[in-house]
Design a protein around this ligand. Structure first.
Ligand SMILES: CSCCC(=O)C(=O)COP(=O)(O)O
Ligand SMILES: [Zn+2]
Length: 293
């Protein structure tokens, strides 16, 4: 190979199972050596059937879409340093990223696929572990019938939990638990948030269409405490989902936020609107302005 050709080849992104990431949570030295040896493609047997789950020329196929979204979210600081992630539910199939990998470098071949009903993996890349966020994503699918769940480590999300922790912006509607919720109103971007938790097309009891929040509504996002291990957040996240039937997100103190929607578009736009509101509130706080009346 000519030197210029070699240089170009080295610049091409490689699937995770070919490069490793040095993250001990994912691949130790022994595992990395193991991936150099010829191996069966996957653990579960029918290679062609498994590959059909992740190979598609459609950029919106979940295996392609998750990789693409993570590259975009990386530039926003949402999934840097391997933190955060995205999961998509596609019919009965749940697509999940691997754990501890550089999320912006993922390829469709790195994806895990789980059956929604049995919770069994239909596809499991051999040398990778499924995201530690999996139980949290499943909670959004099970309890909110979500079609997509996004977890960010955005610094705006973390900062807003710290400001609420300091008790500087108690919510008048919840005086007993002033630090357990982030509330904001009278900001236009609130209209980007659905009223019903999973989707604006949902119909509430009595036939009322839920739609999105209005300018004078108060958006409330519960905050749960962080745990040493991501998967241990599941119980508190489920409790928060139950206690706040209108929320489309749960903040995790000193960690980030989980946001879901009925489909990728709704989860993504809600994550964007929330990040905007978190940032705005942090900046308002710096200026001594209140964000809830
Ligand atoms: C520095 S990331 C710590 C783990 C975490 O909070 C996270 O969101 C990523 O989990 P994953 O298992 O998907 O890598
Ligand atoms: Zn996280």
């Amino acid at each position: 190979m000519e030197p210029a050709e070699k240089k170009l080849k080295a610049m091409e992104p490689q699937p995770y199972h070919q490069i490793g990431n040095g993250n001990s949570n994912t691949m130790d030295v022994e595992q990395q050596q193991k991936v150099m040896e010829p191996q069966p493609h996957h653990q579960t047997g029918d290679e062609n059937a498994e590959d059909a789950l992740i190979h598609s020329s459609d950029p919106l196929h979940p295996a392609n879409h998750i990789s693409d979204l993570c590259r975009r979210f990386y530039t926003l600081g949402w999934v840097t340093g391997t933190g955060g992630g995205v999961s998509i539910r596609h019919g009965d199939h749940i697509y999940l990223a691997p754990s501890g990998v550089q999320k912006e470098m993922m390829r469709p071949t790195d994806m895990f696929v789980m059956d929604y009903h049995t919770k069994q993996y239909l596809r499991r890349p051999l040398v990778l572990k499924p995201s530690a966020c999996t139980p949290l994503f499943l909670a959004a699918y099970t309890h909110r019938n979500a079609g997509c769940c996004i977890h960010t480590h955005s610094q705006w999300a973390v900062l807003i939990t710290l400001i609420c922790e300091a008790g500087l912006q108690p919510d008048p509607a919840h005086p007993d638990t002033p630090t357990a919720v982030f509330s904001i109103n009278e900001i236009e971007q609130i209209k980007g948030i659905s009223r019903g938790g999973a989707g604006s097309s949902e119909i509430a009891e009595g036939g009322r269409k839920l739609g999105n929040l209005g300018f004078y509504d108060t958006m409330r996002i519960p905050i749960i405490e962080n745990t040493a291990h991501e998967e241990d957040l599941k119980g508190e996240l489920e409790k928060a989902i139950e206690a706040w039937p209108e929320t489309c997100a749960v903040l995790v103190r000193r960690h980030g936020v989980y946001v879901w929607g009925k489909d990728v578009a709704q989860a993504k736009t809600q994550a964007e609107s929330l990040d905007y509101l978190f940032q705005l509130a942090v900046e308002m706080h710096k200026l001594g302005l209140k964000w809830v009346s």
